[in-house]
Design a protein. Structure first.
Length: 350
């Protein structure tokens, strides 16, 4: 990537101050790894001295920060600008359009001419793969699956039959979309399986992490809303409805028929009981165990989960328990001594 500092500033919609307009930029890096010729970023004055002392060519920073020692690119949101700058130097390249000879494609499948189909990919009957899709090796795509333009599916992912994947979706390695949910009816003779005849719908611009599983609905649909981002190793059960632009972090588990409205954030290793409703903008802190509905724009934490502010008070009180126990033991000992003196007819000592 050949770009000057001035050109980078224009690309980021920022203002270059302190000179260096014609200096070539060799890369973008965080403050802990930045090398000569690379540009880094800071979000506050706290890290400014370290950035100045680093080997960075220039610093992306908010307009409120200024140093004379290095050129700066002033932007309103340095972290977002850093992300856009990184994309300019993305060395990763997807395969060119074409179908690998080892791919197994049903005759009825519709594969766009500009799609890339990797080695040992299996595509089922009447599946549709759109313009610009990239399907990496060993992916399995079931019958009647629809995959929208620009979607990328990494190796060893499985899309079960009759699921729908939107445009520009990213599905990382090992993810499984549309497997049966845990639906069993207890009887005297054991568990009777409920056939899962519904589907999974993944809307546009969703990203699904490695080894994440999203179960198909028993009837109806499991839905992941547009723009939602899901981390690695997440379990989303049957008939869950996830709204637009949610964030679900690693190892979270969402039980069947939960509803997450727009912009909900679920922390890592949090667990949600079935049939819960989480209002828009609500946050479930990492490792929380949630068993009740959450109102919009509310933060909950703990096990069982409660309002985060209340949970913090509980945690603060809990830290005082060892000292309180020590005091209680000392008081008990003092009471025993006083009782002993009283029994022996001695004058109690205050």
């Amino acid at each position: 990537m050949n770009i000057t500092l001035a050109q980078l500033a224009v690309h980021l919609g920022g203002t270059l101050v302190g000179g260096g307009a014609d200096c070539p930029v060799t890369g973008i890096a965080g403050l802990d790894t930045v090398a000569e010729g690379e540009v880094t970023f800071v979000t506050s004055e706290r890290y400014l001295d370290a950035a100045v002392q680093s080997s960075a060519l220039a610093i992306i920073a908010p307009p409120s920060l200024f140093v004379a020692e290095k050129p700066m690119i002033h932007v309103d949101d340095p972290r977002t600008a850093f992300a856009h700058a990184l994309s300019l130097f993305d060395w990763r390249r997807h395969p060119l359009p074409g179908i690998h000879p080892s791919a197994q494609l049903a005759r009825s499948a519709g594969i766009h001419a500009h799609a890339a189909i990797g080695a040992h990919v299996a595509v089922g009957e009447f599946a549709i793969i759109g313009d610009g899709c990239v399907i990496y090796p060993n992916v399995v795509i079931g019958d009647h699956v629809e995959i929208g333009p620009g979607t990328i599916i990494y190796p060893n992912a499985v899309i079960y039959s009759r699921c729908t994947i939107g445009q520009r979706v990213i599905i990382h390695a090992g993810a499984i979309i549309g497997s049966d949910g845990l639906g069993f009816q207890p009887t005297r003779d054991g568990w009777v399986k409920l056939p899962h005849l519904g589907t999974v719908i993944i809307e546009d611009d969703v990203e699904i992490g490695a080894n994440t599983t999203i179960d198909r609905a028993t009837t109806g649909q499991t839905l992941i809303g547009a723009g939602t981002k899901i981390d690695n190793l997440v379990q989303i059960a049957h008939n869950v409805k996830v709204g637009a632009h949610c964030m679900i972090l690693s190892q979270a588990g969402i039980s069947g028929s939960c509803v997450l409205e727009e912009g909900v954030i679920i922390g890592g290793q949090a667990g949600l009981k079935d049939h819960l409703h989480l209002g828009a903008g609500s946050v479930v802190i990492a490792q929380a165990g949630l068993s009740r509905d959450v109102k919009a724009n509310t933060i909950v934490s703990g096990y069982p989960a409660q309002l985060h502010a209340v949970e913090l008070k509980y945690e603060a009180a809990l830290r005082r328990v060892p000292d309180l126990l020590t005091k209680v033991k000392a008081l008990e000992q003092r009471i025993l001594e006083l009782e002993s003196r009283s029994t022996n007819g001695e004058e109690p000592v205050a």
